[in-house]
Design a protein around this ligand. Structure first.
Ligand code: AP5
Length: 220
C-alpha cells in the first residue's frame, strides 16, 4: 500500500506520517527529511538542495524524482510507503505512477490534510525538531517535557532554516502554484480523501487511519 500525504507546509504531514507508520508498519518516505540528511552530511545533493530549501523553493524535479526512485528501490519499501512531501508537482506525480506501475503497484490513496495559511504560520513559527530521531514538537501545541530537549533521545532541539517568516510565505505561494493542482489530479482519479487538519493531532490521525483503503486496487 502506498499512501500520499498532501497538504501545505506545516499541515502536520510529518506528525501524522509518524502515527500512520506506527499503525501500519509501512515505511516513512519524507523527501524533505532526505534532503536535510544530505545537507547535514555535506553531500553534493545536500549543497544543491539547501540553495532551494532555504528560499522556500522546490528542489528541481529531475533531482527529486531520481532520489525518490532510488528510495523506493530499497527492500523496506517493497510492501509500501507513507509518502510525506512527495509528489509536489504534476511531473512528480506522473513519475511516481510510472515508478509504481513498474512494480505492479499504484498510489492507493492521497490524503489531503487541509489547514488554512494563518494556522500554518502559527505552527511553523513554533516548531522545534530533533535532528537525531526526527521527532517534531511545537512550543505551545506539543511541547517537550523539558524545553529544547527531545523527550525520546535527549538530543537538543533545533528550528529549521526554512521556518523564517519570509521562507514560510514563499513556501505557501509555491504550494498554491505547484502542489495544490495535485488535489484535482488525485480527485479526478478517485484517489483523494480530504481531512480537516485544523484539529487536535489525535482527531486528525483517527480520520486518516479511517481513510486508509482496506485492499490495494488492481493495476492494469
Ligand atoms: P518538507 O520538509 O516536506 O516541508 P513542508 O512540506 O514544508 O512541510 P513541513 O515539514 O514544514 O510541515 P509538515 O506538514 O510535515 O508539518 P509538521 O508535522 O512538521 O520540505 C522542505 C523543503 O524541501 C521544501 O520547501 C523543498 O525545498 C524541499 N522538498 C521536499 N520535498 C520536495 C519535493 N517533492 N520536490 C521538491 N522539493 C522538495 O507540523 C508542523 C508544526 O505543527 C509542528 O510544530 C507540529 O508539532 C505542529 N502540529 C502538527 N499537527 C498539529 C495539529 N493538528 N494541531 C496543532 N499543531 C500541530
Amino acid at each position: 500500500m502506498h499512501i500520499i500525504l498532501l497538504g501545505p507546509p506545516g499541515a502536520g504531514k510529518g506528525t501524522q506520517a509518524a502515527r500512520l507508520v506506527e499503525a501500519t508498519g509501512l515505511v516513512h518516505v519524507a523527501t524533505g527529511d532526505m534532503f536535510r540528511e544530505n545537507v547535514r552530511g555535506g553531500t553534493e545533493l545536500g549543497l544543491l538542495a539547501k540553495s532551494y530549501m532555504d528560499r522556500g523553493e522546490l528542489v528541481p524535479d529531475e533531482v527529486t524524482i531520481a532520489m525518490l526512485r532510488e528510495r523506493l528501490d530499497r527492500p523496506d519499501a517493497a510492501a509500501g510507503s507513507v509518502l510525506d512531501g512527495f509528489p509536489r508537482t504534476t511531473e512528480q506525480a506522473r513519475a511516481l505512477d510510472d515508478a509504481l506501475a513498474e512494480r505492479d503497484q499504484a498510489v492507493d490513496a492521497a490524503l489531503l490534510i487541509d489547514v488554512p495559511p494563518d494556522e500554518v504560520r502559527a505552527r511553523l513559527g513554533g516548531r522545534w525538531t530533533c535532528a537525531a530521531d526526527g521527532a517534531v514538537y511545537h512550543e505551545t501545541n506539543n511541547p517537550p517535557a523539558a524545553a529544547g530537549v527531545c523527550d525520546g533521545c535527549g538530543a537538543a532541539l533545533t528550528q529549521r532554516d526554512d521556518d523564517t517568516p519570509a521562507a514560510i510565505d514563499r513556501r505557501l505561494t509555491v504550494y498554491e502554484r505547484q502542489t495544490a493542482p495535485l488535489i484535482a489530479f488525485y480527485e479526478s482519479a478517485g484517489r483523494l480523501v480530504r481531512i480537516d487538519g485544523a484539529r487536535a493531532p489525535a482527531d486528525v490521525g483517527a480520520d486518516l487511519l479511517a481513510a486508509l483503503p482496506t485492499a490495494s486496487p488492481e493495476v492494469d
